[in-house]
Design a protein. Structure first.
Length: 669
């Protein structure tokens, strides 16, 4: 291990032995790994071996590569995907935001060299021991070098940290099971904070600390009372390296103080990590443009029935569990996951019903792999997102799952609408620090599927045109800006759900049978069109891997995307709205454009049943009665569906304003 001398210091032949010479600041040395008290054994460039004071040595960073934050963040996302695509990882998933947060806590993503007495290096402070654990336990399917010294590569070491997260998550769960004596198949689900505590100590200690913090007496006890499998030397190292969290050996912090300090630090690091993902790899953030959750409406209906174990046991055991792979039950069992499955099944969405896991859907932890993942510190969590949590005391014996209803306390608390919350269907508030996973399924992310089904009218007829302001509005909310398009949309993406490979401004190749070549000829090279041909008809999760594969071939400039959007997509969507609503010929380009923007976002769902589409049906009624002046208020009423998605609330307001601008110039108001 390469080090340098930090302060003028003596060089001894042996501990307590003869002084051979004096070393100066900047002198290079190599540690042998041997220690004796305050001294470490080193080798000089002259190959003389001896001992120096550990405090006078430091890492030699002069020749170490700089850790580039953009590459580090991108690789963390790649590591998350690599682990989670392996079946054996489930349900102990790897999360990129946690890996980035760990690096922020340890080094602020700096490629540091080893310090005296340890060989931990890089942004994540990975040691040879952690690397060896990864090499010995990781699935061979992970395509990464397994050389002994590869942990000192600031990108390769991310794989070791990913394995640690997954392995520790599983180990904590097993340790909790031993402590509680639980025999449930549904395993306990640790939070990121528990995983961080395991990294700082070990999984057994993390489980003991978790048990202690949920106990009034345990919260006030010293953290060291709950160390398990930690000898005196390891304990001293924890206090020396993590003193701000654990205190000192003589004055250890209490369990409550540990959770408060580490919780605050991790929360901030996770927020910073999510910010870095948005900055450097925005395409990794799942689409939430529509944020439609008809299953949440079912949950609200069940809440209004006051369903409880005491009064409605047959509903729970027969109806809720019937929606799961377990089937109806003869006796009561933990039913939070069954409630989630029931709401999806009854939502009226074939796609939502089809998304219910085929196996173990009655287990909370299974839902951690549903849909697509959102960061646990995401600044936008749509209402109806499925949230998998480590349970609060007395809520459940293992994991818990419910629907996001609201965020509060500056994002530190989340309200879930779910089943088996105090033995009934109700809303309960949980600390966000206990979140294990947030999952989302965007039902209508592929609006092009409808647009391809219609033949547009004459685009030169003013009645078939929307205003430039309307086009700008749609483009803004679809791709934000040319700069953001360059970062997120030039390469093929997969928005999720039943979407296919998507290019340009929401152009879904999966639904483009018979249109792809005509729409894109002259806009992008023929080789790209030919490559995209294999994506026609491919929809759902299969399109995810194909989108990544095509990313090496397909690159759509914004000029090409805008050309297809204006000349092809918009005329199709104008015709779609005209077919769905009467009297569109009486509207000007602003009013018609506002309706096209709405339909492009929510689909032409002006006749769909259910409370979620009440405003859409009202718009159709107003169009039928030519009561156009009432329509802007319907746009604004729709904001109730997205209380936790500011972007959609803003879109509805902008559409209302655009419609009002059109009304001001129309002869009929």
């Amino acid at each position: 291990m390469k080090l340098i001398i930090l302060n003028m210091t003596d060089f001894f032949k042996a501990p307590g032995g003869q002084r051979l010479t004096r070393l100066l600041p900047g002198d290079p040395i190599t540690s042998t790994g041997n220690e004796s008290g305050l001294l470490i054994e080193v080798t000089l460039e002259s190959e003389d071996k001896g001992w120096v004071a550990k405090a006078d040595c430091g890492p030699d960073t002069s020749a170490r590569p700089v850790a580039v934050a953009a590459f580090f963040v991108d690789t963390c996302i790649g590591v998350e995907r690599a682990f989670n695509e392996i079946a054996s990882t489930a349900p102990w998933y790897v999360a990129a935001d946690y890996l980035i947060a760990r690096a922020l806590l340890e080094t602020k993503i700096v490629n540091v060299g080893p310090s005296p007495g340890t060989d931990t290096v890089g942004p994540l402070l990975v040691s040879s021991k952690e690397w060896q654990r990864f090499v010995a336990g990781a699935d061979p399917a992970l395509q990464v070098t397994r050389q002994p010294d590869a942990f000192d590569n600031w990108l390769t070491q991310i794989y070791a940290a990913g394995f640690t997260m997954s392995a520790d998550t599983k180990a904590i769960s097993e340790a909790v099971k031993k402590i509680t004596g639980s025999t449930e198949k549904d395993p306990f689900i640790p939070s990121y904070l528990n995983v961080l505590h395991a990294y700082y100590t070990n999984p057994e200690t993390a489980a003991e600390l978790l048990r202690a913090v949920d106990d009034d007496a345990g919260r006030t006890k010293p953290v060291s009372d709950f160390f398990r499998g930690i000898d005196a030397a390891q304990s001293a190292q924890i206090f020396a390296n993590r003193g701000s969290f654990f205190g000192t050996a003589l004055q250890p912090k209490t369990v409550a103080e540990l959770f408060a300090s580490t919780g605050a630090a991790l929360d901030q690091a996770l927020k910073e990590a999510f910010g870095l993902i948005k900055q450097f790899v925005p395409e990794a953030i799942p689409e939430m443009k529509q944020a439609e959750a008809p299953w949440f409406d079912i949950a609200v209906q069940e809440e209004a029935k006051h369903i409880s174990e005491a009064d409605n046991s047959d509903v729970i055991t027969k109806e809720y569990f019937a929606a799961t792979s377990l089937g109806p039950q003869s006796k009561m069992a933990p039913w939070c996951a069954a409630f989630v499955a029931y709401c999806l099944q009854k939502s009226g969405s074939p796609e939502a019903a089809a998304s219910i896991p085929a196996t173990d859907s009655a287990l909370a932890v299974t839902w951690a792999g549903w849909g697509r993942g959102l960061s646990v510190r995401s600044d936008v969590i749509p209402q109806g997102a499925i949230v998998v949590m480590q349970p609060s005391p007395g809520v459940d014996g293992s994991g818990h799952v419910g629907f996001c209803a609201d965020l509060s306390d500056n994002g530190n608390s989340i309200q879930l609408l779910g089943g088996n919350q105090s033995d009934c269907v109700q809303r309960s508030t949980f600390p966000t620090s206990r979140i294990h996973a947030i999952r989302w399924l965007d039902l209508e992310s592929s609006n092009a599927r409808t647009g391809f089904d219609v033949t547009p009218g004459n685009p030169n007829d003013p009645k078939n045109q929307i205003s430039p302001k309307a086009i700008d509005l749609i483009v803004f909310f679809e791709v934000s800006s040319p700069a953001f398009y360059e970062k997120k949309y030039r390469k093929p993406t997969w928005p999720g759900g039943r979407s296919g490979v998507t290019i340009g401004i929401g152009y879904d190749v999966g639904y483009a049978e018979g249109h792809l070549v005509n729409d894109w000829t002259g806009k992008i090279p023929g080789a790209m069109i030919q490559a995209l041909g294999q994506a026609v008809g491919v929809r759902g999760s299969t399109a995810s891997a194909l989108a990544r594969q095509l990313g090496g071939v397909v690159d759509v400039p914004i000029e090409a995307a805008m050309s297809v959007f204006k000349d092809t997509d918009i005329p199709r969507w104008v015709k779609t709205v005209q077919d769905a609503l009467p009297n569109c010929n009486l509207l000007d380009g602003d009013c018609l454009g506002a309706l096209v923007s709405l339909a492009y976002n929510r689909g032409p769902s002006f006749s769909r049943s259910g409370s979620r589409y009440a405003e859409m049906r009202a718009i159709k009624a107003h169009m039928t009665n030519r009561e156009f002046r009432l329509i802007p208020d319907e746009f604004r009423r729709m904001r109730r569906h997205w209380p936790t998605v500011p972007g959609l609330q803003t879109r509805r307001e902008k559409e209302a304003q655009l419609f009002e601008q059109g009304l001001a110039t129309m002869p009929v108001a």
